[in-house]
Design a protein around this ligand. Structure first.
Ligand code: SDX
Length: 428
């Protein structure tokens, strides 16, 4: 017997079906509420509203659980690789040896971008933020692959869009960085694996041999795994919303890149470093900055702290914090802001303001410290998040399309003027 919920208003009672998911999460299905009652629900920011059902990622914010297709983030971060996790998220199962090899090879043969992309890149001043360049270059694929505009193209066509997206994202990202520093771009070296290939495009200089440090490449691979998907976050919901109009995968993901850019979302990893450096410049006065974060009249928030869903430790933050120690130790890097970060976390976690609001470090709190140690420039931190989140965006877009979900069109409650007559300007 499936569960139901009853809603009573103005002396009428409406019976609504209750949907129960794999992990016994329950949702009241209000799909027919407005037809039955003329009433809609209201939930700015969708804090309590499920937009869809999904089989990709499960997270339990109270218990700090995150699983991709049922596999724990802890196991995947320790035992898997980013490309294998990307395959898992997109196609639903861990690949066999041949499947993984085909996926890797298909990606390798599409890492080059059309030379005309340089004309677009040259249009950006070197002051352009790499996230804006990345969103534009990614969307430009609609011009080079116009067949991708067909929303109902055959699965082989969708597969090619997936491969091109995975293959070219690191190239676009590295080219956006080279544009920011006024250096010539590097072409992808397909003799290297995904992360090493990206590092070489980012940091190789003309006439100088570039050897990828395996410690760096391995750390980046782990960070990309940790960022790969996170169910219906702001940027992923954007990808699904844009894709629901049957826009191409490239324009849907370009919209997701722009949503991720915001400082409350993926842009937070860059803002964490800005915050830690400001605290360091201010003599390490952590108590002053904690007070600012708690002050309602001060717009400053503790960047890298708090989360819409996690009301316990973000499991990714725990893994990244440990990785920060490992990577900085292996690289012999001493970073004073890592000490500030640790002290800040320690003080905040003992402060009643953060305890009452269940504010813990999130994925962005320590990731920037590792990126900095790896030599990634701060304006590229959110780009790194986008490279990691790409397979999640692809998987969610593909699921939405395969489930033939309707175009997204939320309702509203109008609070403006009642009807009134036009007044000619001579009488205003
Ligand atoms: C990501 O959704 C995802 O899954 C996102 C993400 C992913 O993988 O896709 O996990 C990636 O975006 C991580 C979050 C990165 N952002 C930041 O680190 C920015 C700082 N954090 C906040 O702005 C905030 O915590 C949010 C945006 C992350 C969550 O905000 P909510 O859920 O809308 O919570 P809220 O703004 O309603 O805050 C609740 C209370 C408020 O105080 P009161 O009004 O109750 O007195 O907590 C306070 C807030 O003022 N608060 C903070 C705070 N975060 C929340 N106060 C100080 N510092 C903070 N960081």
């Amino acid at each position: 017997m499936s569960k139901t919920a009853e809603l009573s208003i103005d002396g009428k009672t409406y019976t609504l079906p209750v949907f129960t998911g794999t992990e016994n999460e329950m949702a009241i299905d209000i799909g027919k509420l407005r037809d039955q009652s003329g009433i809609v629900t209201l939930d700015p920011g969708y804090k309590n509203t499920g937009a869809t059902t999904s089989a990709i990622t499960y997270l339990d914010g109270d218990n700090g659980i995150l699983r991709y297709r049922g596999y724990s983030i802890e196991e995947l971060a320790e035992k898997s690789t980013f490309i294998e996790v990307a395959y898992l998220l997109i196609f639903g199962e861990l690949p066999g040896k041949d499947q993984l090899q085909r996926f890797r090879n298909d990606i390798k043969t599409h890492t080059l971008v059309h030379e005309d992309v340089k004309k677009i890149l040259d249009g950006f001043p070197s002051t352009a933020h790499p996230m804006g360049v990345l969103a534009s270059l990614f969307c430009s694929q609609t011009a080079f692959y116009p067949e991708s505009l067909d929303p109902n193209r055959a699965s082989e066509g969708v597969y090619m869009s997936i491969i091109r997206s995975m293959a070219k994202m690191p190239t676009f990202a590295a080219w956006a960085y080279k544009n920011a520093i006024g250096h010539p771009v590097n072409y992808p070296d397909n003799s290297l694996e995904y992360c090493s290939r990206f590092m070489k495009m980012m940091f190789a200089l003309p006439a100088e041999p570039y050897v990828v440090d395996p410690v760096i490449s391995s750390a980046i691979d782990k960070l990309l795994i940790l960022h790969a998907d996170h169910e219906q976050n702001c940027s992923t919901s954007t990808v699904r919303m844009v894709g629901s109009s049957q826009a191409s995968i490239y324009s849907s993901i370009s919209a997701g890149i722009n949503a991720l850019w915001g400082p409350l979302h993926g842009g937070a990893n860059q803002e964490v470093i800005v915050m830690l450096e400001a605290i360091a410049k201010d003599g390490g006065n952590i108590d002053k900055w904690i007070a600012k974060a708690k002050d309602k009249n001060d717009p400053f928030r503790l960047m890298g702290f708090g989360h819409r869903v996690y009301k316990n430790f973000d499991p990714r933050a725990k893994i990244i914090k440990k990785a920060a120690d490992d990577v900085l130790g292996k690289l012999g890097v001493k970073d004073p802001i890592l000490d500030i970060a640790r002290n800040l976390e320690d003080i905040a976690l003992r402060d009643s303001y953060f305890i009452e609001r269940k504010l813990y470090p999130n994925v962005d709190f320590y990731s920037g410290i590792i990126y900095r140690a790896l030599g990634i420039p701060v304006e590229m931190f959110t780009v790194m998040f986008a490279i990691g989140r790409l397979p999640g965006w692809i998987a969610q877009w593909k699921e939405m399309r395969e489930n033939k979900e309707p175009i997204g069109r939320p309702r509203q409650i109008y609070t403006g003027q009642k009807e009134r007559q036009y007044v000619p300007i001579t009488k205003r």
